[in-house]
Design a binder for this molecule. Structure first.
Ligand code: SF4
Length: 398
């Protein structure tokens, strides 16, 4: 029986091989963690601003608008891949169910676009994300046309989201944003990062706190769900206090549906690295960043939902709805901060090395011992090596 299944799978994979590169469409480099299983459609290329010091994603790449026809062609190609998967399902006795064939395709995808469609179908095929950094910069009627076409082509999609800049959102009228909402745009992910003007300037974010508020409130007023990304650690040692105070103030004014944390990490390709090397910017410790998140939560006075689904965040379980989950989130932070230093270091290294996902896992004797052994090994080679090891492990995630 096993032999039959294996040869049957390879028969299907052979058919996929024959179609290698037959159907493909363009994909951008990133999407938010919450859109990991979304169909990705590239509406524009790269970032029209591209100057933020803490961002490496599009550096060296030129921004380009894509024509509506070009984007529609990609959507049609995604549909062709879906149809092929359905056809294979019928031919191979799965009665048109896509999950099994999509699963096989994931093991040996003909190309990146097919992988994206297969993953999307395998996980239910319910959402789509428009790439790249600021789709809102498109003409409103053109973006609305793309969104409508996407909805018509895939009627099962129940959520279409995209990245946007506050500055661009602030330049659109509420009526224009409503037009996008009515066309089917469900949510915008905006990189707020901080609400502190001096830090926004230092990081060359190209937006003011006032524009953050204006853009965010307009999105909300239009009916589009709003997710604001905040970057703990962005203020460094110098501006942490103001970063957290002003960010909480701005978030309270916007009251987004979601606040997402994405902790700062500095790596090659970010202009901030030079500032760090010159000593102009000083990173906070992991514990200082956790404290900062605690202060932010204390100061939030809104009904947003806080999410912590980025791999760079040390405590992903610090999530919940405001105001009812505030105490629970603060309790987790305080529990971590009350640990002895050796335990905090064990958790930091274990989390960054992939042993732990949640603080509770520190109680897992097997994992704890494995991390302790790793710490001893690193320290025997270099007494300050653990900090470096944590830093290096974090850098892998971006
Ligand atoms: S606007 Fe966003 S994508 Fe563009 S440089 Fe800034 S952080 Fe990066």
């Amino acid at each position: 029986m096993l032999r039959f299944i294996l040869s049957y799978s390879s028969y299907i994979i052979n058919i996929m091989e024959e179609q290698r590169m037959a159907y493909s469409f363009e994909l951008g480099p990133i999407r938010p963690p919450s859109e990991a299983y979304s169909l990705l459609i590239r509406a524009t290329r790269n970032c029209p601003w591209n100057r933020c010091k803490f961002c490496h994603n599009y550096k060296g790449r030129k921004f380009q608008l894509r024509s509506v026809e070009e984007i529609k062609q990609d959507i049609k190609t995604a549909k062709l891949i879906q149809d092929k998967i359905k056809e294979l399902s019928w031919k191979s006795g799965y009665g048109g169910r896509v999950k099994e064939i999509a699963g096989m395709m994931l093991n040996n995808p003909p190309n990146e676009a097919s992988y994206n469609v297969a993953l999307w179908l395998y996980t239910g095929g319910e959402s789509a994300f428009l790439q790249d950094a600021n789709s809102l910069i498109m003409r409103t009627n053109e973006l609305a046309e793309v969104i409508r076409f996407l909805r018509e082509t895939f009627p099962n999609i129940n959520r279409i989201t995209s990245y946007a800049r506050s500055k661009t959102a602030a330049k659109k009228s509420v009526e224009e944003l409503k037009e996008l909402y009515e066309a089917g745009l469900s949510r915008l992910h905006i990189g707020l990062e901080t609400g502190y003007d001096e830090l926004l300037r230092y990081m060359q974010k190209g937006v003011t706190a006032e524009e953050h508020v204006k853009g965010g409130r307009r999105v909300k007023e239009s009916g589009i769900s709003l997710c604001e990304y905040v970057m703990p650690g962005l203020g460094g040692k110098k501006m942490s206090k103001e970063h957290v105070e002003q960010t909480a103030r701005v978030l309270n004014e916007i009251e987004p549906d979601y606040i997402r944390l994405r902790t700062l990490e500095v790596r090659e390709g970010m202009p901030l690295l030079q500032k760090l090397q010159e000593g102009d910017f000083e990173l906070q410790t992991e514990d200082e960043v956790v404290e900062e998140i605690g202060t932010l939560i204390e100061r939030l006075d809104c009904r947003s939902e806080l999410k912590s689904d980025h791999i760079l965040n040390l405590l992903p379980e610090v999530e919940g709805k405001m105001p009812q989950d505030k105490e629970k989130m603060l309790a987790t932070i305080n529990r971590y901060l009350a640990l002895p230093l050796s335990e905090r270091i064990n958790f930091q290294l274990g989390r960054r090395a992939g042993y732990y996902e949640r603080l509770d896992e520190l109680q897992n004797a097997y994992k704890h011992e494995k991390v302790e052994q790793a710490i001893k090994r690193i320290e025997s080679e270099d007494s300050s090596g653990v900090k470096e090891a944590i830093y290096a492990l974090k850098a892998r995630f971006i």
